[in-house]
Structure formats: structure tokens, C-alpha cells
Design a protein around this ligand. Sequence first.
Ligand SMILES: Nc1ncnc2c1ncn2[C@@H]1O[C@H](COP(=O)(O)OP(=O)(O)OP(=O)(O)O)[C@@H](O)[C@H]1O
Ligand SMILES: [Mg+2]
Length: 247
Amino acid sequence: MILRTVNLTKNFGGLMAVDHVNLEVEEGAVHSIIGPNGAGKTTFFNILTGEISPTEGEVFFQEKKITGLKPHQVAQMRIGRSFQLNSLFKNLTVLENLRLAAHSQHPGHFNFLKDFRSFTSPVGQARKVLEEMEMTPIAAKKAGELSHAGQRTLEVAIALAGNPLLLLLDEPTSGMSPEETIRMIRLIKKIAKQRAMVVIEHNMKLVWSISSVITVLHQGQVIATGPPSQIEKNAEVRKAYLGGDAE
Ligand SMILES: Nc1ncnc2c1ncn2[C@@H]1O[C@H](COP(=O)(O)OP(=O)(O)OP(=O)(O)O)[C@@H](O)[C@H]1O
Ligand SMILES: [Mg+2]
């Protein structure tokens, strides 16, 4: 188990955005979270990464309690996250964005004697991510000059720059064309081989093709968790979310 939440809850002045969520993410899993708009998906991520504190409940990463850590401390535990909305430095190049992200993940100063064998420099790490995300040809382009899909891809790359053990992606294909979505699915499948992932998605094609486990959130509560084959058949899920059409 890489991640575990216990009764995780966020109450926004009476609105139960996240309501006693118990979620377990296995090592190596691609665990998708689906649910209608306002179900609490992004709020759940915001608690995991320390952007907001829960009203109640705990988060364990590799069985260490991380509830209440600040976002940079969570990042240093090697939990990477991409945001639903754009979070790029648009005037910097793709490579510069990645270098900054990789640099910010290295706590403290580089200790040559201690670290020189295991240390990957921010530049080295940025180049590795460029390769993995197939962005080397556009390394020198300004982030703001990329297409929408290019910017979304860069956001996933930035989340990878800290070499995370767990990667959290919030709607990685939003606003993409069918072709761009197919490319993103391929990239996600590739990067999932190296780490566990939790993916929030509305695109059912993507969810069905990448997930080992799917959790369905509805009004802050988990209404189902299981492999895709099981979720597809779940009557409550179809009623609440899939509208009887699980395509
Ligand atoms: N900072 C906040 N203060 C008050 N209410 C909030 C706050 N953030 C989110 N909410 C509310 O909490 C609920 C859950 O929102 P959240 O953004 O987590 O949903 P979501 O599942 O990510 O939706 P979407 O699919 O539209 O991205 C919504 O009703 C939202 O309006
Ligand atoms: Mg959201």
C-alpha cells in the first residue's frame, strides 16, 4: 500500500466536500477517481498534497502519517501532482520549467561526498523527463507558446520532475482533441510503469483503458471502488454518474 486515507473529511462551512473517505492505493496501481462535477475530487487531492487541511481524518504515505504537512514537504516525500488549471511559467522554456521543478524538489544543498552517486542534477532530471514525455524536440520553446495540449503535457512533465513515487493527475486530458487524448493515454501508460498513480478524469475512454482500480465519488462520499469490470456493472454508479451509458 503506497497511500491510505482514513475517514478523510473536508467540511466547507456545512458543505461536506470530502466525507469520510477511506481510499487505499496499491503499489504500482493506476487508481482513477471519477465522479460528477463538485463531487470533491480536487478537494481530495488538495488535502493529500497539503494545500488544505482536513476537518477530520488522516493520510498515510508508505504507512507514514503525512496529514498536516506543507505542500513542499509532501513534494519532498516524492508525491508529485499536476493541477486542473494551468500552473506553468509561460515566459520560460519547457526545459527551464522542468529544471525549476526538478530543482525545487531537492531539499537542502547538494552534499558532494554523501550524494554524488545517487544524485541526479536538476538538469539531468529535467532531460530525463523530457525524453520520457517525448518533449525533447520542443525543449527550447516558451511554455506560453505551446498548444493547449502541449501545456497540459508539460504540466504532467513538471509533476514528474521530482521523480515521484506517487503521481497525482487532475484531469490530464481536459480540453484535448481525440488525437491528443490518445497520445496522453499512451504517455500515461508509459509513466505508470515506473510509479503508482491516482488520476482524476472525466474521459471514460481514458479511465477504462488505464485503470487498475476505479473509485467513484459522489457528494464527497465513496460510492464504489473496484476494478473497471466491476464498476461498469455497479447499479448505483450507473445511476449517479454514468447515466446508464458506461462507454
Ligand atoms: N475553497 C473552497 N471553499 C468552499 N467550497 C469549496 C472550496 N473548494 C471547493 N469547494 C466546494 O467543494 C465541492 C467539491 O469541489 P471540488 O472542486 O473538489 O469538486 P471536483 O470533484 O473536483 O469537481 P470538478 O469535476 O468540477 O473539477 C464543490 O461544491 C465546491 O464548490
Ligand atoms: Mg476538480
